[in-house]
Write a protein that binds this ligand. Structure first.
Ligand code: NI
Length: 174
């Protein structure tokens, strides 16, 4: 296992659309293990492969609070099969936008289909924080950051601050 460097916005790689995984093999399982290690070390609740520079449709999620039994979800080629008409709002953050948070509105409940690490087709129903987190991570696979879902004013303010911090060398840019 290895810790992977996490890309920080603004970075063109975070704006790319990732490709579907063709084959679930040992290389992919190694990537998933490394992504979980990186996620827990950060610590965070979700990480998408493009955030570590791999433009493939893979995300790892674990929203359980620190100290409780882990409930890791690795989703390969995840697709939203259903979303509720009712919305929820969460104060979201992102490992690629460190120290910045904003309220984002998304469907409150979802059903997502995906392949698990054995390549089997699965379906996950989620609500609350898990639903928000899975949608946030799927967005990453389409080059969408949570700041793309808030006002342009607030988005530009956050991105300017991150760019400035990068130039001053205060943030690891991987
Ligand atoms: Ni994120």
């Amino acid at each position: 296992m290895a810790l992977l460097p996490i890309l920080v916005a603004p970075d063109p790689r975070l704006k790319k659309v990732s490709s579907p995984v063709g084959q679930v093999n040992d290389d992919l399982r190694r990537l998933i293990d490394d992504m979980f290690e990186t996620l827990y070390e950060a610590p965070g609740i979700g990480l998408a492969a493009p955030q570590v520079g791999v433009l493939q449709r893979v995300v790892v999620v674990d929203v359980t609070p620190e100290g409780s039994t882990r409930q890791p979800h690795a989703l390969i080629n995840p697709e939203l099969a259903w979303v509720s008409g009712q919305d929820d709002s969460y104060n979201e953050g992102c490992l690629s936008l460190p120290e910045h948070y904003a309220n984002v509105v998304r469907p409150a409940e979802i059903r997502v289909s995906y392949l698990n690490r054995d390549g089997q087709q699965q379906c996950l129903e989620a609500k609350g924080l898990l639903a928000t987190c899975v949608q946030h991570e799927i967005d990453h696979l389409d080059g969408i950051l949570f700041v793309d879902r808030i006002s342009a004013l607030k988005r530009n303010m956050i991105l300017r601050k991150l760019l400035k911090a990068k130039k001053q060398g205060n943030l690891a840019t991987a």
